[in-house]
Structure formats: C-alpha cells, structure tokens
Design a protein around this ligand. Structure first.
Ligand code: FAD
Length: 318
C-alpha cells in the first residue's frame, strides 16, 4: 500500500515509521531483524531502507602495493525491502539514488520493485562520494532527484527507456523525496531550495520526508514556507535522537544543521555517552510530543541501525 494511502487511512492520527540501514557486506541480516523486532509493536505502516553511495576501498595486493577499488559497502536495499515485507507484512520504501546508477540500472531496479509488490520508493540524488568535493552524476545517470522522479513517473505511465513493446503492466509507485527545513547544504537560500522542492513535487513526488532537525520551529516554518510555495503534499518530519557526545560536531558538519543551545548545554553536562543517549531520547520525546500534537501525518525516526532509543521514544508516544 502507498505511504499516502496509509496517511489517508489514518484519518488524522499520527503514524510511526523508521528508517534502517542495510548491514555491511558480509554481515548477517539477523542483526537487522534484532533491531526491527522491538519496534514492530508500534505498528509502523512502512519502513524505509537506505541505499549507500559507493566508496573507494584499498586492497593489499601482497607486494606492499595497494589496489584501489570502488565498491558499495552496504548493498542489498531492494532485497532487504522484499525480505522485511515478507517477514513482517509491512510496506517498505527502498531509497533509490541518482549517484552511482545509470538510468538503465535504475530502470532494472524499479522493475524488480514492481514485481516484488513494493509500492513506494524514495527518490534521492545522493551525496558526493567521500573522495569527491562535489556531487557528480554517473555517466548515463540522473543528475538531480527531479530527473529521477521524472523517470519513475514515466515508468508509472508505462514509458520504459528503450520501448520495444507497448507496456501492459504499468507500475504505480508512490514517490517520496527529501526536504530540508534548514535548506540543503548546496542551495543558495531556503527559498531557492523550496523552488527545487516544488519542481520535485510538480514532477510527481507524492510526499516529502525532512532531514533531521532538533528545533521544531524549523519544521513548522518550513511547512508554512512550503505551503506558500505551492507544495501541498504531506511533509513528514524526520527525527534523530542524539546518541553520543561527538554528534555535537558530526551532525552539524555532515548535515549542515544547527543544534539548539539548550540541547548543547545538556549534552555537554553529560559524564558519558549513556547519559547523552538519555538526553537524546528525552529531547526526541519532547520534539515528538509537540509534533504529534500539531497533527503531523507520520513521525519518522532515523534509527542508524540501533533500535533501543527509538523504542524508548515510541513507547511514550504510540
Ligand atoms: P536534490 O533534490 O537533487 O537537490 C540537491 C541540490 O541541488 C539542492 O541544493 C537543490 O536545491 C539543488 N537542485 C535541485 N535541482 C536543481 C537544478 N535543476 N539545478 C540546480 N540545482 C538544483 N543519501 C544517500 O546516499 N542514501 C540514502 O538512502 C539517503 N536517504 C535520505 C533520506 C532523507 C529523508 C534525506 C533528507 C536525505 C537522504 N539522503 C540519502 C541524503 C541525500 O542524498 C543528500 O542530502 C543529497 O545531497 C541531496 O539529495 P536530494 O534528493 O535532496 O537532491
């Protein structure tokens, strides 16, 4: 079922959902299930599964020289979506990237999703690879998320890349895209970024999931601004509980977001990361309660592969 249909069916009730990361190549999928199991009691109607960018790895050739290879360290997004859908009877949302894929490969991936009964996809550009300063589209790949949304929409209309027969089996993907309450790091201004978001929606995106934020005012202002810009699809807030002291530097650096002074003060007072985790959970509960009261359609949590803190939050709210 489509994410937007789950929202309609909930009839104003806030739903719970979360995002997981595929295991590292070679790791057991059981570890992932162990983190999903405790969250199923909160009835998530859908679970997102991220896709990782490729990265350089260095392999010792045995003669003291290193060989450089490009690889994806966490493959298996669509397979995991299918496995989870089957095991938990829940809808899954694979993240589909522009970066690292040709349009042809994207089409194959979407065909797989269609045959597997996956009704939703999250269309994203992806970041630059770790050795790159700026994002570079793959040769023959989509450049911006809008281009990817257009490709998915074309497929929904039965338009394949190199049509050989007239399609009689159209997909009908519900398409999610990313939104940034504090603007995307490359955007010259929030208004310019909102115009780009509007382009994604006009191209066929059905809903938006936001980047993490720690000050709800940023989300509420963003939703207001988005409405003024003519964006009328659901905007789902993404919540990440802060978990380690290092997040005070890492999150602003990686995601270009601000942390509220009160939160910084509380984290700085903590003696160890166990205390930080507790502060992070309490902050996320406060944020979630206010968002739920404001009637957000879904509270979507970034689990980063760990579920104990998400469970602690969800048990206060759902
Ligand atoms: P876009 O919408 O393409 O925008 C990227 C930038 O380009 C923005 O600054 C925008 O303003 C600008 N822009 C857009 N169109 C144009 C145009 N035509 N001309 C000029 N500028 C333009 N990354 C992963 O690698 N894997 C994941 O699974 C993943 N999941 C995510 C989930 C969520 C909810 C969010 C918020 C982010 C996720 N990301 C993921 C990160 C995302 O890939 C990065 O933030 C990326 O840098 C931008 O992706 P986007 O889809 O927002 O890009």
């Amino acid at each position: 079922m489509k994410v937007t249909d789950h929202i309609k069916k909930a009839n104003g009730k806030t739903l719970f959902s979360f995002e997981i990361i595929p295991p590292q190549k070679g790791r057991n999928i059981q570890e992932l299930y162990n983190n999903i199991d405790p969250l199923m009691e909160f009835n998530p109607p859908f679970i997102d599964v991220t896709t990782s960018r490729e990265q350089y790895i260095y392999i010792d050739k045995g003669d003291g020289l290193l060989d450089r290879k490009i690889t994806r360290m966490r493959p298996g997004t669509v397979g995991i979506c299918a496995a989870i859908k089957h095991k938990y009877n829940v809808d899954t949302v694979p993240h589909v990237l522009c970066g690292g894929f040709t349009k042809e490969e994207t089409e194959y991936l979407l065909v797989d999703c269609h045959y597997l009964g996956i009704d939703n996809v999250m269309a994203l550009r992806g970041d630059a690879m770790s050795h790159q300063k700026y994002f570079e589209p793959s040769k023959g790949g989509n450049h911006y998320a809008t281009d990817l949304v257009t490709q998915i929409q074309n497929l929904n209309c039965g338009k394949y890349l190199h049509e050989v027969i007239e399609s009689d089996h159209k997909s009908d993907f519900c398409i999610g895209v990313a939104g940034y309450p504090e603007k995307h790091m490359e955007a010259p201004s929030l208004q310019a970024d909102l115009r780009r978001l509007k382009e994604k929606v006009d191209a066929g995106a059905d809903y938006v999931v936001t980047q993490m934020f720690f000050d709800n005012k940023k989300y509420f202002d963003f939703v207001d601004q988005a409405k003024k810009a003519g964006i009328n699809v659901p905007i789902i807030p993404g919540i990440k509980p802060l978990a380690v002291k290092r997040h005070l530097q890492v999150l602003p650096q990686v995601f270009k977001i601000d942390l509220p002074e009160d939160l910084i003060d509380e984290v700085e007072k903590c003696k160890d990361n166990k205390q930080v985790r507790q502060v992070g959970v309490e902050w996320a509960i406060k944020q979630s309660e206010e968002l739920k009261k404001a009637g957000v359609p879904v509270l979507h949590y970034y689990s980063m592969g760990k579920s104990d803190n998400i469970k602690a939050i969800a048990s206060q709210l759902f």
